[in-house]
Structures are given as C-alpha cells and as structure tokens.
Design a protein around this ligand. Structure first.
Ligand code: ATP
Ligand code: MG
Length: 440
C-alpha cells in the first residue's frame, strides 16, 4: 500500500486520554479511533492486524477439528430465559426492543444459542463429539470500559463450544482446546501462560485462563519460567492422541502457574527461585468445562448407544481477538513505538524514500515496491514527499518488522539500507540482495 493514497492518520502528540502504552500507541499509530465509550472503529492498520490474529485463531481451531460457523450478534431474550440467564446476567447485557416490542439483546456470549442450534439438529450419540466455533463481535456494557480495545464494550471474540457424551470425552475436548490455545498464542509471537482459574460453578480442575505478562495487566500472576521454553508445535503432540493430550494436561498442571485468585504459597516455594516469574498479566483467553448446565436447561438430549437418553457434557473456549491487538503491543514495543511479531504485522516491510523529491530514489523505490508486491511480500510504501526523518519516525511507530530505506547517497553507491525494527540493526546491501532477503 502506498502511504500517499491510504488512510493512515498518525498523531504527533501522545494522546492524553490514554493511560496505558498499548492504547497510546494504537491511537498514535492510527490503528483505532473511539466512536463511543468502549466502542472503536478499526482503521486500516488496526484492521489488518485484527484479521491476521483472527486468521491464526481460525487456522489453529481448524487444525484441532473445531468447526466454524457464524451466529448473529443479536439474540432473542426468550432463549436466555430458558437458561435462566436473562435475569441473572445483570446490567452488562445490552437489552434492546424491536419495533414489535420483542425483547432482544446484543450477545455477550453464545452458550444458549449454540446449545439450541445443536439441540434442534442432533439426535444421536453418533453425531458427538463435536466442537463448534465462531468469531463474532460481542457486547458487554462494562462498568468501566478502559485501556482502549483491551476492555471495550464491543469486542471481537472467538468462542468455541464442545459437546461430548460423557465427562471423559469432555476432558479430551478440553485438552484439545488447551493445545490449540498454546499453539495459537505461540504462533502470534507471545507467551500466554495457562493458569488454573478459580473453579467455576461446577468446580473441578478444568478451567484455565491464558495470561500474557505485561506491567499494566489487571491481575497479579506467578509462574514457572519453564512456560517460556516449551515448544507446543512439536510433532509428538498430536490431536486425536488421547495419551499425548493427557500428558500435555499433566505437564501444564504440574508446572506452576497461578493468578492471585489461585496462588498457593506452599507450591510456589517449591519452584526454584531463579525460575520464579512474577508480574501482572492480561487475560487473552479462557477455557472452561461446565458439564450439563446449558444442555440440561435447554433440553439438549441425544439417544445413547444403548438407547437411553444422554444429556451432553459441554465446555466453552474463548479468545479475546480484539484484546490481543492491545496485549501484543503491551508485550512488544519500545520507546519509539510498536514492534510487531512478524506473524501479526500489518505489513512485513516498510519501504521509505529519504527524499521523495529525488527522481532516482523514486524510480528505484517504485521498482522495488512493484517487485516486492509481485513476490507477495506485504509492503507499506511511504512515497510521500515528506522529510525522511519524519517518515522513519512513523515507520518506527507503526512497527513493521523490516524497513527498507532508499537514499540518494546510497543509491549512487548501489546500496540501500535494511533495518530490523526489533534489534535496530541496520545493514547496507545491494537492491538485489535486499530483495532476496525479504522474499526468502
Ligand atoms: P475479564 O475477566 O477480562 O472481564 P471475562 O472472564 O469476563 O474477561 P470471558 O467471558 O472469559 O471474559 O471471555 C473470553 C475472552 O474475551 C477473555 O479471555 C478476554 O480475552 C476477552 N474479553 C472479555 N471481556 C472483554 C472486553 N470487555 N473487551 C475485550 N475483550 C474482552
Ligand atoms: Mg474469563
């Protein structure tokens, strides 16, 4: 994309209405704009990142055999009356009346809807197990929307729901999502540590929150540094391998990680001091086994192998897709701006001409831009006739992994400059070698 023809508003001043660094940077670099309290428009850069994150979530859900569908944002109150949650949910739920005075709501989550859809179509044990998911906007009328997209009122969530015939099956579905989550976050270039969450309405050990470490996080967290070293993408960990998944769960459970709600001083003391990591964290995902709470209240039953009727066991699995944009920035930035992990970067390369009024630079940069684009390398080309320093400053702020800098002096000597945004390393090389590097 050419900056001269795009819509990339960058703020020179640091916004005073933002308290945390990711929110400030998202406003300054032009990722989002607030349109009402806790509600944001996603400008081109922010939208590209959001889609990248969404796509990684989707691919990892698909690999774990979860099935994608799409449920609407608006739901009928009747559905929620059946589960008893219409009254229980409280003021976080945005309630709406349509022109016929029918009570509706903007979905804060979808347990009721997925259970009723599944109930109406599935009659036999042969159709289980299944895990269904969608990636859809939610609305929660948070008391205190804050920190930008991190705690918005409207936000994008991936929510998956599993249906199994018994608890053993539900555990397998849970372990499967556990692995999918570990892989999802690792691919995004962040460490999200699974922490045993305060157990839900039915107790048990099957509730984990995935937490990214950041000083501005809302909860205090404690974990064993081993979590920073695990590689969840190894081949030995296969979906469908019940033993392997069970082993994964045991490994996760036996490696210390807890929020202040579940922290256990005695167990913490057993973690060697040099492996103790403590700080604040942001919840980016939450997985949860809740048994028959919704299947029972909404009348979901299937016939079992022996002819008896079975009420399926369920779990739900959420990822805060829009919150992740902020969380990744919290975990990856410096004084000059954002540093995107390559997998979620809005573009891979920022191409900059130091002198937009120098014909040779423009010709060379146009040609490089055409070649990178043809090779499928996502490139943001700052072709404006602006001071070079200003353009480099906004490239640092936007935080693309690579900057390719074209200046008249270098060109005369046959070289361009390639800068790595994370390490700050700069290297002079020929145009051909630069292209080779970036297209490799
Ligand atoms: P929190 O404790 O942060 O309020 P929650 O426990 O209510 O979150 P869940 O119902 O578990 O949230 O939702 C799944 C995921 O959706 C969370 O892990 C989080 O990443 C994201 N999420 C929840 N509320 C918001 C919000 N107001 N803004 C952005 N993302 C959110
Ligand atoms: Mg939660």
């Amino acid at each position: 994309m050419r900056v001269s023809r795009s819509f990339l508003p960058v703020l020179k001043e640091s916004p005073t209405d933002a308290q945390i660094v990711s929110h400030k940077l998202m406003l300054r670099a032009g990722l989002v704009r607030q349109t009402a309290a806790g509600i944001y428009a996603w400008l081109p850069i922010g939208f590209r990142v959001l889609k990248k994150i969404e796509q990684i979530v989707r691919e990892e859900q698909d690999r774990a055999s979860a099935i994608e569908l799409l449920m609407p944002t608006l739901q009928s109150a009747d559905l929620w009356r059946q589960s008893g949650r219409y009254d229980a949910y409280g003021p976080e739920m945005l309630r709406i009346k349509d022109r016929h005075e029918r009570e509706m709501l903007y979905g804060p989550t979808n347990e009721e809807m997925i259970t009723s859809l599944f109930r109406d179509e599935v009659k036999s044990y042969r159709d289980l197990p299944r895990t269904l998911y969608h990636i859809q906007w939610k609305f929660r009328d948070e008391v205190r929307p804050r920190f930008g997209v991190m705690r918005g009122r409207e936000f994008l969530m991936k929510d998956a729901y599993s249906f199994d015939l018994d608890e053993a099956g539900a555990r397998q579905s849970y372990y499967t999502q556990l692995l999918a989550y570990l892989r999802t976050f690792q691919r995004m270039g962040i460490r999200a540590v699974p922490m045993k969450a305060a157990s839900g309405p039915i107790g048990g050990d099957l509730s984990h929150e995935f937490i990214v470490l950041a000083p501005t996080g809302e909860s205090e967290v404690f974990y064993d540094a081993s979590f920073e070293e695990f590689d969840w993408h190894q081949d030995e960990l296969r979906y469908g391998d019940a033993e392997g998944l069970r082993g994964l769960f045991d490994k996760v459970s036996s490696t210390y990680a807890a929020t202040d709600e579940t922290h256990d001083e005695a167990r913490w003391a057993e973690v060697p001091a040099d492996r103790q990591r403590q700080g604040r964290g942001i919840e980016v995902g939450h997985i949860f086994y809740f048994g028959t709470k919704y299947s029972a209240s909404l009348g979901l039953k299937v016939s079992g192998a022996d002819g008896s009727m079975v009420t399926p066991e369920m779990g739900s699995y959420g990822i805060g897709v829009s919150r992740l944009v902020g969380a990744i920035i919290e975990a990856s930035h410096d004084d000059n701006g954002i540093i995107w992990p390559e997998a979620v970067a809005p573009w891979k390369v920022g191409l900059v001409t130091m002198r937009g009024d120098d014909a040779a630079s423009v010709t060379a940069a146009d040609d490089i831009y055409a070649k990178l684009t043809a090779a499928g390398v996502e490139t943001l080309y700052d072709d404006r006739d602006e001071r070079g320093g200003v353009k480099l400053g906004s490239m640092d702020l936007i935080g693309l992994p690579w900057q390719l800098i074209i200046g008249p002096r270098g060109l005369a000597a046959g070289v361009v400059e390639l800068k790595n945004r994370r390490t700050g390393e700069r290297e002079e090389l020929s145009i051909d070698s630069a292209l080779e590097r970036l297209t490799a």
